[in-house]
Write a protein that binds this ligand. Structure first.
Ligand code: P71
Length: 461
């Protein structure tokens, strides 16, 4: 027998505990989605069969992490678990200092307040909702300097999170380096479809910004997933470990904000990590105003312990191959079915191209929001809108921002669902896609001021 045949691989874990999920009828789902104002954020999770709203805080912890929870030292000050976290951040990411926060946006809040002045500009590789909002609340304006390919869902560039050096340098020259407090660089860009940045590009960005003395703030929420793509795709890195690549990425940046609810496999938590002693003192002082003492920053001791262990598990090759592999499995199925999705397939989810699936709806009719509601109705699969609703309004004109990407995200929690769940999801997406011409648009009936996608309500047009 030829040994050239591709061999299957499976998840590098077995299941020790199960959480039953509720199956619902079409009538029950019809009522649930109407009661939720056609916003999947407002559904009760009990009414959801397969929950692909987000990979944030929804992953399954390992037995080692659960054992770590029992080792929580819930002292107000100087908990042993904080020192374990500090050790893990130093060993796996290489940053000198860590300030724990309750989750990622709290770290964004602190760093934005400390580094941004009124009238500043913050270039970044595509916006993320909370990151941009904190930059704006601090008086700054976000400027997108990602390569153009990132805005084209069909473009198969292997590193769609790369920064366009010309866009970046032009901005620095136009505004002046003193108006640019830092470059906001994310590894695996969420809104672009979970797309990675290459180390080659990051090195060039580092060289350019050092010339102007501009630091780099790294959103490292999914850095291990980015490292996996570098190992798989970037020449020269095929024999490096995920851990080595993660360390190299972090070494090219000055500050990092982390939502540890993703890569780091915990249900809650985050941190700010940085090298500069003076900035660390300021951050450590600010965290006590908003989060808690600097040795817990809004996290319980047990959660810090689970996080330190989660960080070590996140760079394990077998883990990351299975995690990204599961997403690729679902994506490849959908491509085979002819469903338009963002390509290449990203690391944390599949992004359905709602503009293409619902060509009869204008962006004002909220195609991605409508598609997410239709998918829930079909099978109880919960997804998230990532289009015009997420993009919000221009703070000056009050008009909707119209992003080029109008997407529905099927986000895969880590170590939670099986391949059979992925099959059920693919079949439901296919069924919705085949009848897409029957899907009606939606209109806003309630819209809050900030991060409107979370709480807005809609009615069918
Ligand atoms: C995701 C989330 C959670 C989320 C946040 C906002 C709107 C919808 C869903 C959170 C991230 C993230 C990146 C790259 C910072 C945060 C904030 N993602 N950077 O994808 O993906 O972290 O949620 O811990 O505050 O569902 P936080």
């Amino acid at each position: 027998m030829s040994n050239k045949k591709k061999r299957s691989w499976a998840e590098p874990y077995k299941i020790k505990m199960v959480e039953p999920v509720k199956m619902t009828t079409q009538e029950e789902r019809q009522k649930a989605i109407r009661d939720a104002g056609y916003n999947t954020f407002l559904l009760r999770s009990e009414d959801v069969y397969i929950d692909l709203l987000t990979d944030s805080g929804t992953s399954a912890m390992s037995d080692r992490q659960w054992a770590g929870m029992m080792l929580g030292d819930e002292a107000y000050a100087g908990s042993r678990n904080f020192y374990h976290l500090e050790d893990a951040v130093r060993e796996y990411y290489g940053y000198k200092h860590v300030v724990p926060t309750h989750q990622g946006r709290a770290a964004e809040h602190i760093i934005s307040q400390l580094m941004i002045k009124e009238g500043d500009f913050i270039p970044g590789n595509m916006y993320f909702t909370t990151t941009k909002l904190h930059q704006e609340l601090a008086g700054g304006t976000f400027v997108d300097v990602i390569i153009d390919e990132a805005h084209d869902p069909e473009n198969e560039h292997p590193f769609k999170a790369n920064i366009d050096l010309n866009k970046l340098e032009n901005l620095i020259k136009e505004k002046g380096a003193d108006k640019i407090p830092y470059v906001s660089m994310a590894t695996t860009v969420n809104m672009a479809g979970g797309q990675p940045i290459s180390l080659g590009n990051l090195k060039e960005v580092r060289e350019l910004t050092q010339k102007y003395d501009i630091p780099i703030v790294h959103d490292m929420t999914r850095v291990a997933e980015n490292a996996y793509f570098i190992q798989q795709r970037e020449p020269g890195y095929e024999n490096k470990s995920i851990k080595e690549i993660v360390i190299e990425i972090c070494s090219l940046t000055d500050v990092a904000t982390m939502s540890s609810k993703k890569d780091a496999l915990v249900n809650i938590g985050g941190f700010l990590a940085l090298n500069d002693d003076e900035l660390f003192d300021k951050a450590r002082n600010m965290v006590v105003i908003y989060e808690g003492l600097h040795t817990y920053g809004g996290m319980a001791g047990r959660d810090m312990e689970a996080l330190s262990i989660g960080i070590s598990e996140s760079v394990d090759y077998d883990h990351i191959r299975a995690r990204v592999g599961q997403v690729q499995y679902l994506g490849e199925k959908l491509i085979e079915m002819g469903v338009p999705i963002v390509k290449p397939i990203g690391s944390h989810g599949i992004f359905l191209n709602a503009k293409k699936i619902l060509p009869h709806l204008s962006q004002d009719q909220l195609p991605a929001q409508s598609l997410a509601a239709a998918l829930y109705l079909d099978s109880g699969v919960r997804a998230m809108e990532r289009g015009v609703v997420s993009a919000g309004r221009n703070p000056e004109t009050g008009e909707h921002n119209y992003p080029k990407l109008e997407l529905v995200r099927l986000t895969i929690p880590r170590r939670v669902y099986t391949q059979a769940h992925m099959d059920v999801v693919a079949e439901s997406v296919e069924a919705v896609y085949r009848n897409a011409n029957e899907i009606k648009g939606l209109k806003f009936v309630y819209e809050p001021e900030y991060l409107r996608f979370f709480q807005s309500r809609f009615e069918v047009l």
